[in-house]
Design a protein around this ligand. Structure first.
Ligand SMILES: Cc1ncc(COP(=O)(O)O)c(C=O)c1O
Length: 382
């Protein structure tokens, strides 16, 4: 059912022009030799895979990274020839499809190496992989002292070509010292490669936060950018601190009901909030099934009429109650309430929304449910 805008009950506006400006701004801050790997897993951080990827392809992304084969296949439908890294471990049952799809698996073990080699041989094919080293993330990757063994095995697997070497930082946004330890462990592994091999591969470690401590002189020629391209601002002190990235997404719902309630009335399930005085309240047409975490209950705020109004009582599946006491003119049913976004004098950033929600920004974006419709805008068509 197609919907006119005033029928939308919960929606996210995604500004593709802002996305493109962010990409270009980040690129400008990058050294020329650094390839931009756009991380678009989890439906492009909830922003919508196809529209986001289409825009990034038209801009200056060099490659893409997704979490799984399904995302990779959807991306390949948007644009065939692009390099696509699959960041999560693939299951042996998926190796064949990965080779058919011509994506680039990221492998972490000798078992995966042998599995891909055997599958490629069966298919009379070759597969390009990126080898990941666990330098302290404690998740994917071959544990760094064991990298040499994997390298030795690689020599006996002509069906597998190492197209890249990578690692992932656990605390790039909070622990620069440990990030340096990880970087150095990675560089020690890189030194194990013959110069000729090193020259021909993509070497990448940095995510958005890692980029902030990126050493300009180093062997890294790729960076995996996720959150930053969606406009969550770089931290002060980073080499991107002067790079302006703007929010891409705003999140809204509507006022479904306005009413007065007497002092002492308890609001919503569990009676977790009680009105101190006679109050005007609104019931919004969105709840946790739309992407409003219950942690916002009695903590979060929304913008109505350029004023921050507190969420009162427990957020429920489809509805959320707010206190309108701060408004001079009562809103009417159908008007907009903004969870993430700005008005003339008020702004709720994704970071603020995530903090109120007890989430990290990545999670807040991914929590936006399919029921929240995505509306795409470009500046010329606003
Ligand atoms: C392996 C890997 N690289 C890069 C990224 C992108 O990180 P960010 O969104 O902080 O830029 C992620 C995100 O989860 C990741 O898992």
């Amino acid at each position: 059912m197609s919907q006119s805008p005033d029928k939308l009950r919960s929606w996210a506006v995604i500004n593709l022009s802002a996305l493109e400006r962010n990409l270009r701004a980040i690129r400008m801050a990058f050294p020329d030799y650094l390839q931009y790997i756009a991380v678009v897993k989890a439906n492009a951080y909830g922003h919508g895979l196809a529209p986001v990827v289409t825009r990034l392809m038209r801009s200056e992304a060099n490659a893409f990274a997704v979490a799984n084969l399904e995302e990779a296949a959807r991306l390949k439908e948007v644009g065939k020839g692009w390099p696509v890294l699959v960041l999560s471990a693939l299951l042996p049952s998926e190796y064949k499809d990965a080779i058919h799809l011509k994506v680039c698996p990221v492998i972490s073990s000798v078992d995966e190496l042998h599995g891909f080699a055997a599958t490629a041989k069966q298919l009379n094919s070759r597969v390009g992989v990126h080898v990941k080293i666990d330098t302290g993330m404690g998740r994917l990757g071959v544990w760094y002292p064991e990298f040499q063994e994997l390298l030795n095995q690689l020599e006996s697997c002509p069906e597998v070509r190492m197209d890249g070497l990578c690692t992932h930082f656990s605390s790039a946004d909070s622990d620069p010292e440990f990030t340096t330890v990880q970087r150095n462990r990675f560089l020690t592994c890189l030194d194990l490669l013959p110069e000729i091999t090193r020259q021909g591969i993509m070497v990448h470690a940095d995510n958005s936060a890692g980029i902030e401590s990126f050493p300009e002189s180093g062997p890294f020629n790729g960076a995996r950018v996720g959150l930053l391209q969606f406009g969550v601002r770089p931290r002060p002190g980073s080499f991107l601190a002067n790079t302006y990235t703007e929010p891409v997404l705003s999140f809204h719902s509507r006022i479904g009901l306005v009413k007065n309630l007497p002092a002492g009335t308890a609001i919503s399930y569990g009676q977790t909030y009680r009105l101190a005085k006679k109050s005007l309240i609104a019931v919004l047409t969105a709840g946790y099934a739309d992407g409003l975490p219950t942690r916002l209950s009695n903590r979060g705020k929304v913008i109505i009429h350029d004023t921050l109004c507190p969420i009162i009582g427990r957020v429920t599946m489809d509805q959320t109650v707010v206190d309108l006491s701060g408004l001079e003119i009562p809103p009417v049913v159908g008007e907009t309430a903004t969870f993430i976004g700005k008005s003339q004098n008020q702004c709720i950033t994704a970071s603020q929304f995530a903090e109120w929600s007890g989430q990290i920004e990545w999670e807040a974006f991914c929590t936006l449910s399919p029921r929240t419709q995505r509306i795409y805008q470009t500046d010329s068509a606003v």
